[in-house]
Design a protein around this ligand. Structure first.
Ligand SMILES: NC(=O)C1=CN([C@@H]2O[C@H](COP(=O)(O)OP(=O)(O)OC[C@H]3O[C@@H](n4cnc5c(N)ncnc54)[C@H](OP(=O)(O)O)[C@@H]3O)[C@@H](O)[C@H]2O)C=CC1
Ligand SMILES: O=C1CO[C@H](CO)[C@@H](O)[C@@H]1O
Length: 432
């Protein structure tokens, strides 16, 4: 087909008079008219999903959130490991009673598929930003696991890219939607001043990451190790990073700096996220980074907000809010307060209530349908991840730093601005 035909999109040829008449008719058409997106699909049709990364989280998300929800139809699964993508396909096909689920070994091919409207990204953290940027470039809505990014620079870039692409984006920080809304209740109460002026928030999560020093092991066939590494430095395979077979544990790539932010970011992405929400800092962040006084300490790093509130790494698991008039402690299975009646309260107006979603994936689906903003937008996720990165920088570099959450820079410290990102493998540069 020649160039002219390729641009014709199958429309009948019209002469100038017919074109003018068609233009006038369009101008008179109701403003609510919108062109069909991706074929002729109705808004109520199931959203066709492609899943990138079928590890423990990809599997659990499919089983608990996406396959049971008729608003989604999973059409393709991608994993760098052949066994895993085939097992993913089998799970999907069993659910729908057919053999239709496609498998892809490369996420770009999955994103480009015509039968994929939106993607779920459940790969290790070092891949998130690249896969989000590819979803943005294709204009496909995305749900990406936490921590949304691996570096501060990535956070800034992801916010910008998602905004420009106009995709409906949900970060997988499901504490804002699930766990019987305990975190919603805590955030609502802090925001309403139930503990008085907030003094500090203590977040009990794991350690900062360490450089990867694992020995090289022999690899099973069927794994594209080069793609597993992606932007991270080239190194040999090790089963700790990419366990063989269908494992039932959370792999420990989480511990290593090249791929993740340690235990601190792994659960910190959830609990710092709740702190940011309760402090109404979703579109901003702290302005100071303070390392612990003891240079060998693995707890005590502190971020200070412009209003003086201190966010401290350490304390009971979950998030503990200390205010002038009381405290609230919250984790997935518990919520408590001192005095005890702080939580026996309902917001006075609807404006003070935070949403009680039926589920985190369901919230994404609702917003895909009305093209609204999900509860954990890219900015929310990227800024909560940024808290983890700032905390980790406090442990790794042990310097007091001034942070500018608007311009994403350390103020007056060029050395620190070199820590905004890490050295990526060739071919994995970031835009800008
Ligand atoms: N919100 C929550 O509650 C939870 C969130 N998570 C998050 O989910 C993400 C995944 O974690 P988890 O499932 O534990 O990790 P896993 O290592 O179990 O799963 C990741 C999967 O992605 C595959 N993979 C790696 N690189 C690529 C790539 N470029 N393209 C496609 N597939 C790839 C891996 O392959 P291979 O088989 O070779 O390793 C693996 O199968 C993380 O960001 C984690 O923080 C995790 C648990 C719970
Ligand atoms: O919620 C979660 C449960 O634990 C996992 C392993 O630490 C985390 O990765 C995850 O985000």
């Amino acid at each position: 087909m020649g160039y002219r035909g390729a641009m014709n999109h199958g429309l009948p040829k019209l002469d100038r008079r017919q074109l003018l008449a068609a233009g006038a008719a369009l101008a008179a058409a109701p403003l609510s008219y919108s062109l069909p997106v991706r074929g002729q699909r109705a808004p109520s049709d199931p959203v066709r999903l492609g899943v990138i990364g079928y590890g423990i989280r990809g599997r659990n998300l499919l089983k608990s959130s996406f396959l049971p929800n008729d608003g989604f139809r999973v059409t393709a699964v991608c994993d760098v490991d052949e066994t895993r993508r085939l097992v993913g396909k089998a799970l999907v096909d069993e659910r729908y009673g057919d053999d239709a689920c496609a498998v892809e070994s490369e996420h770009g091919a999955l994103i480009a598929r015509d039968d994929v409207d939106a993607v779920v990204i459940a790969t290790p953290d070092h891949w998130h930003t690249h896969q989000i940027l590819d979803a943005c470039a294709a204009g496909k809505d995305a749900y990406c696991e936490k921590p949304l990014t691996l570096t501060l620079r990535e956070s800034q870039i992801v916010i910008d890219a998602v905004r420009k692409a106009g995709i409906v984006f949900q970060t997988g920080s499901q504490q804002r939607s699930e766990y019987e809304h305990r975190f919603v209740k805590a955030a609502e109460a802090v925001r309403a001043g139930r503990i008085g002026r907030v003094l500090s928030v203590h977040v009990g999560v794991g350690d900062a990451p360490v450089p990867c020093d694992l020995p090289t092991e022999e690899m099973e066939p069927g794994l594209d190790w080069d793609r597993w590494l992606g932007p991270a430095p080239m190194r040999g395979y090790n089963e700790i990073l990419s366990p063989r077979g269908l494992h039932g544990h959370y792999p420990l790539w989480r511990k290593y700096r090249e791929y993740a932010g340690g235990g601190l970011a792994d659960m910190g992405a959830h609990h710092f996220d709740i702190a940011q929400w309760a402090l109404e800092m979703d579109d901003s962040g702290p302005v100071k980074v303070v390392p612990p006084r003891d240079p060998s300490s693995k707890r005590g790093a502190t971020l200070v907000y412009a209003n003086g509130v201190r966010l401290i790494h350490g304390g009971p698991h979950g998030a503990t809010f200390i205010g002038e008039d009381g405290m609230i402690a919250v984790d997935r299975g518990r919520i408590s307060s001192i005095p005890g009646d702080i939580l026996e309260w309902e917001p006075e107006s609807e404006a003070d209530r935070l949403p009680r979603n039926t589920g985190h994936a369901a919230n994404w689906l609702d917003r895909i349908r009305d093209r609204g903003v999900p509860i954990c937008s890219a900015e929310v996720g990227a800024r909560s991840a940024a808290i983890c990165h700032l905390m980790n920088i406090a442990y790794i570099h042990r310097q007091e730093l001034d942070w500018d959450p608007v311009n994403w820079r350390f103020e007056g410290n060029d050395e620190a601005n070199a820590w905004l990102d890490y050295e990526r493998r060739e071919g994995y540069g970031l835009p800008g």
